[in-house]
Design a protein around this ligand. Structure first.
Ligand SMILES: O=C(O)[C@H](O)[C@@H](O)[C@H](O)[C@H](O)COP(=O)(O)O
Length: 288
């Protein structure tokens, strides 16, 4: 049977950052409920950058089963866990320190290995293997939710445009010593892991992201790393953008709501396309 094509990206655009933050928290809690109901736990991967601050809406949320969370990091700098460049550290400060996830369920790099990148990546991959082996017989781990950022060059996790790591197919976690921005030495989950999840969510904000968001959503054929995160069925990909970041893309925005499966995603994107076409036609004919 031919593989089902990936669902189209579902794009949510929010008037301002506060609404984005509330909606994102609402989405994460729903994703958690869905995962716990179906699989008994919630396996989530977090990214570097502004994402941590945009997760602040999770603080104080009720009815969250924190004891079911298993937290991993999409990428990590080869630095101590208390360093400002540490992905763990920024997520700890903005959110993890305030919620009762058992520490043994927050899976950090082994900081004693930061001097040996290969070992660091292997050890992190082993943590993934240990966690997913029992529940997941597939070739790659299947995260319930991967939360991602979009770099100014279309990078995500630590997968940079044109970098050889983008072709990695075997490893779940790999390393690089030549990141073009920020800390040079890092480990990162590989593209097959990013495209194998149940839900991938990109979070972007600010005017400086507007041009790149246009390229990623409207010209996916450019093949930049963010455009390549198209989870295989039954996986879904969502974009959460504030109005500033969304100001240049022509991609049809879907009104924010929970979307459960591929069929709902396809219908939502089709409906959004029709709505956008109607609006543009009205604007062109001078109607209000
Ligand atoms: O690794 C890095 O050098 C960056 O931190 C990067 O990974 C980050 O995720 C994106 O650039 C989006 O970050 P912002 O959302 O903060 O712009």
């Amino acid at each position: 049977m031919p593989a089902q094509p990936p669902a189209p990206p579902v794009f949510y655009s929010f008037q301002n950052n506060d609404i984005l933050v509330d909606s994102l928290a609402n989405f994460v809690v729903k994703a958690q409920r869905d995962a716990v109901e179906k699989r008994g736990k919630f396996t989530i991967a977090l990214s570097r950058g502004s994402l941590a601050a945009n997760l602040r809406g999770l603080v104080g949320q009720e009815n969250v089963q924190w004891d079911k969370w298993e937290v991993f990091f999409c990428d990590e700098a080869a630095v101590p866990l208390s360093d400002d460049d540490s992905n763990y550290h920024s997520n700890y400060l903005s959110f993890l320190s305030t919620v009762p996830i058992p520490p043994s369920q927050v899976h950090t790099i082994d900081p004693s290995l930061i001097g040996d990148l290969e070992e660091l990546a292997d050890q992190y991959e082993k943590q993934l293997v240990n966690h997913f082996a029992a529940s997941n017989a597939a070739r790659y781990p299947t995260f319930d939710l991967m939360l991602l950022g979009m770099g100014p060059d279309g990078e995500t996790a630590s997968l940079f445009p044109g970098h050889e790591l983008l072709s990695e197919r075997d490893a779940w976690v790999s390393y690089l010593e030549d990141a073009p921005r920020g800390p040079k030495k890092r480990i990162t989950m590989t593209l097959p892991v990013l495209t194998h999840c149940y839900r991938a969510v990109f979070v972007v904000s600010g005017t400086e992201k507007a041009d790149m968001l246009h390229t990623i959503l409207d010209e996916p054929e450019t093949g930049l790393p963010c455009s390549r995160v198209r989870p295989a069925a039954p996986g879904l990909v969502f974009w959460f953008a504030d109005a500033e970041a969304a100001s240049k893309t022509k991609y049809p925005p879907t009104t924010f709501r929970w979307i459960d499966n591929q069929k709902e995603a396809e219908e939502a994107v089709e409906a959004a396309k029709r709505k956008l076409a109607r609006r543009l036609a009205q604007e062109e004919s001078g109607e209000d």
